[in-house]
Design a protein around this ligand. Structure first.
Ligand SMILES: [Zn+2]
Ligand SMILES: [Zn+2]
Length: 417
């Protein structure tokens, strides 16, 4: 008993608004948009068993990684050891509850929620349609906010930073955590949005005949931003998932610009204020993002210095410039090179979350380096500012409607006769 729903044969590309007829796909094959190259849908074999197996093992690994010590450090005979939950715990006890919450949410709660939701949905657990649509809506909105693997990268960077001071080691929870990161990524990858929504409830049938190779806006259609159903442009609420939507995201450019300006304003204090304070034998040394990079470089850890420089300084700066450029281009300026602008948009969407690395490094350092009178590390205001910059630029990229980039381009080359 494999597929008893009839899969939708057409899809409107969410990135460039082209109406594409899906070819019959073989197992493991993807359908990509002929205009912008975005993957529209992937046909997985065993679409239920595969994510179920991955998600179950991932959740078990998550449980294991919370039970035992995660990392430890030895300096001059003093040993410090932390579990995963102690890392946000330290932040809560030091008036950085906001950072602790961000940590708990992004690193543990969001991935765990997504895994449980996937288990419930792909296995068709008996729930009312309302609950199912509600869960699926949240699942696809939360997906980008799971940052387990970015935290893992942060842990590795902190190891390099700490090697100069003492012996760092991994605890019994570390390997389960690595497995959890891999498995949760794989689970998310195995669940196709288009397939899952068709499985929850069949897509509404469009009233007018569809014209393949023509954009939705030119035939009075829009793609539902949540469930990818093809809906009439003048229908404000999607009949399948009840998400509100419009032909183009409302006030997209205004929202993106407002969020961009906010993030630029926060970016200044994030770079000027110290992100952490190192207390070495009673000597308090505040350090900023740039100072951290310079220190790593002068110690000879060039690769790590580069990673932090790229993640914390280059990526946020370039991301802000890229978002501003996208808005400027979408307003009708520029060379009207949609393919190039689309490439920039995709990079911005992909790399944005990785800037969180430095925030996670500070989380690990301030939890692990508690050596009494010897050496202590505390988080500082700059870290919170920086976390906000990353979060707000992620929102800015989300509010930008990528279809605006393509709207000014003639599309005749894709039309089917
Ligand atoms: Zn496309
Ligand atoms: Zn919908």
């Amino acid at each position: 008993m494999c597929e008893h729903h009839h899969a939708t044969r057409h899809i409107l590309c969410t990135q460039c608004d082209l109406l594409v007829a899906l070819p019959p796909l073989q197992h493991g094959h993807k359908a990509a948009c002929p205009r912008c190259g975005t993957t529209l849908t992937t046909q997985w074999d065993e679409p239920r068993q595969r994510p179920t197996a991955y998600a179950l093992v991932a959740l078990f690994m998550l449980l294991l990684s919370n039970l035992f010590p995660f990392v430890n450090m030895k300096v001059a005979g003093v040993t410090s050891e932390v579990t995963l939950l102690e890392i946000p715990g330290v932040m809560f006890s030091e008036d950085y509850a906001s950072l602790g919450t961000i940590f708990l949410l992004f690193v543990q709660l969001v991935p765990a929620f997504c895994l449980v939701t996937i288990l419930l949905l792909v296995n068709r657990v008996r729930m009312s349609l309302r609950v199912k649509t509600f869960l699926a809506r949240i699942l696809f909105q939360l997906k980008t906010w799971g940052m387990a693997e970015i935290f893992l990268a942060g842990v590795l960077v902190s190891f390099v930073k700490l090697m100069a001071y003492g012996d760092v080691g991994i605890g019994s929870s570390f390997i389960p955590w690595c497995l959890f990161c891999l498995l949760q990524l794989r689970t998310m990858q195995c669940v196709d949005r288009h397939w899952l929504w068709d499985d929850i409830s069949p897509a509404p049938l469009p009233a007018a005949p569809l014209r393949v190779g023509v954009t939705g806006i030119r035939q009075g259609l829009r793609s539902c931003p949540c469930c990818t159903a093809i809906v009439a442009a003048n229908e404000p609420v999607c009949p399948r998932c009840h998400t509100r939507g419009y032909v183009r995201r409302r006030n997209s450019l205004q929202w993106t610009m407002a969020l961009l300006v906010t993030s630029i304003l926060l970016y200044l204090p994030a770079n000027i204020l110290p992100i952490m304070i190192t207390d070495l034998l009673g000597d308090q040394m505040p350090s900023t993002i740039l100072a951290g990079v310079i220190l790593l470089w002068s110690e000879g850890s060039y690769p790590v210095a580069l990673v932090i420089f790229i993640a914390s300084i280059m990526v946020p700066t370039l991301k802000m410039i890229a978002i501003a450029w996208l808005c400027w281009d979408a307003k009708g300026h520029g060379r009207r090179d949609s393919e190039r602008m689309h490439f920039i948009y995709e990079i911005v969407e992909f790399v944005g979350r990785w800037s969180m690395i430095d925030v996670f490094v500070i989380a690990v350092l301030s939890a692990l380096v508690r050596m009494g009178g010897l050496m202590n590390i505390y988080p500082a205001m700059g870290a919170l500012m920086f976390a906000l910059v990353v979060i707000i630029t992620m929102f800015a990229a989300m509010t930008f409607d990528p279809r605006l980039t393509w709207d000014r381009e003639p599309e005749s080359s894709h039309e089917e006769s």
